[in-house]
Design a binder for this molecule. Sequence first.
Ligand SMILES: [Zn+2]
Length: 97
Amino acid sequence: MFSEQAHQQTHSSTDETTRRGSVTGTIAPTRPLSAADRCDRCGAAAYVRVVLDSGELLFCAHHARKYEDKLRAVAVDIQDETGRLASTPSSAADDER
Ligand SMILES: [Zn+2]
């Protein structure tokens, strides 16, 4: 049975532990992707940069989405510029058929 303590404050006031050591806040500033940046998988223009401990990977929007789950698991940072795609008119969206 639960006791009738409606709002039991588990407020561990240990500010000291949370304040010290800002975890490696010096990642090199990411520059915007350019036309020279190509998807590592298919060579299309890259729209997503995945920063890893060991380096970085570039992906087009298609492959970024395809590997998204895996990438998020290992990435230090993900620079997603697929928003630039959305600004182009999507008249070519149904050219798959
Ligand atoms: Zn690709």
